[in-house]
Design a protein around this ligand. Structure first.
Ligand code: GFB
Length: 323
């Protein structure tokens, strides 16, 4: 497989689509730290990335050389299950508009961001890239998953028909600065940070966890992801999507205990089994990425610690005021 490529971002105009989100903002931080390329952004109030004509006008004006497609409608298990139409429509529309515009404008390299939920619910673990489309999806997030699978296929189709250097990376569950801490729509890790923090403040005797606590998940700090994405942009050029994970998982119950420990919450952890569990396990096989020479650096405990510090500095008071 011809996976090792050589493409340098140095001196390039690099559009980070989705710059305000958790992933996009982490990519922007990494690019700015390099200080050798020009970061281009599309402000959300000026460009609706779901609208082909608006994306076309933006890309014609800005003429980026490379694109990180990190813009997406994302959310946790409940948001995915509740807003099925929004999740499939917004994500398909963004992918179509940005990938097509990048082709039309002759963008040299594009990296599309997917998700580990593209894989079948009962895929063999750890999940290799070859498991894609080998079985039924997890119903709570199949709308999002189908849109993300379409994104991979779009990149492959433009490679095949037009020789474009469009690649796809599939990250595992992510967390970090600029995450969504809304208790209804967030993923589990930010939800647990907020729940434990507020329970500690209020001296609540218990914190409620959704589901059985037995599902296994793998968590990666978004700064590790951003580092992997810059690496892949410069070193990977293959039609196959590539997994980006840390190689280890833990149960939701164990995660909750870890977050409680970091936050300093000592009350009871109670399971609300009326809430969905989602897929039982999704540990990704990231050996293809590791074989290229990249490795994650942020262990889970220190990642949670720094994310909690970020939450305290940026979010906690906003929530206290709102409640
Ligand atoms: O992170 P999460 O919302 O999404 O939930 P998925 C992971 C697990 O944590 C589930 C449990 O078993 C939840 O029931 N959980 C426990 C909680 N307490 C909480 C809580 O307070 N909030 C939340 N949100 N969960 C998502 C997909 O699946 O993963 C997306 O829906 C995407 O499409 C994302 O792929 C990475 O890991 O189950």
């Amino acid at each position: 497989m011809s996976v090792v490529a050589s493409y340098s971002l140095a001196g390039k105009r690099v559009w980070v689509a989705g710059h305000a989100g958790m992933v996009g903002s982490a990519i922007v931080r990494k690019l700015e730290a390099r200080n050798d390329c020009e970061v281009v952004i599309a402000r959300r109030d000026r460009v609706d990335l779901r609208q082909q004509n608006q994306v076309d006008a933006f890309i014609d004006k800005e003429k980026p050389d490379a694109v990180f497609l990190a813009a997406a409608k994302v959310g946790g298990i409940l948001a995915n299950a509740t807003y099925s139409a929004d999740f499939i429509y917004d994500n398909l529309a963004i992918e179509l508009a940005v990938i097509h515009a990048a082709h039309r404008c002759g963008v040299e390299k594009l990296l599309f961001l997917g998700s580990s939920c593209i894989y079948p619910k009962h895929a063999p673990q750890p999940i290799s890239e070859d498991s894609l489309l080998t079985g039924p999806l997890e119903p709570t997030n199949e709308w999002y998953a189908v849109a993300k699978i379409a994104g991979i296929k779009l990149c492959q189709a433009y490679r095949l028909q037009h020789g474009r250097h469009f690649i796809s990376a599939m990250p595992t569950n992510l967390y970090g600065p600029n995450d969504n801490f809304d208790l209804q729509s967030s993923h589990v890790l930010p939800a647990l940070i907020r729940k434990m923090h507020e329970a500690k403040q209020r001296r609540s005797p218990e914190v409620v966890l959704w589901g059985s606590g037995t599902p296994l998940r793998e968590f990666m700090h978004v700064d590790d992801l951003a580092s992997a994405l810059l690496f892949l942009m410069e070193r990977y050029d293959d039609p196959s999507h590539i997994n980006v994970g840390v190689g280890a998982d833990l149960s939701i119950r164990a995660l909750a205990e870890l977050v409680a420990d970091v936050v300093g919450y000592t009350g009871e952890l109670v399971q609300d089994t009326s809430k969905p569990d989602g897929t039982p396990r999704k540990l990704m096989d990231s050996s293809r990425l590791y074989a290229l020479g990249w490795r994650p650096e942020i262990d889970l405990r220190s990642g949670i610690k720094s994310t909690y510090a970020w939450y305290l500095a940026n979010e906690a008071s906003r929530h206290t005021l709102a409640s």
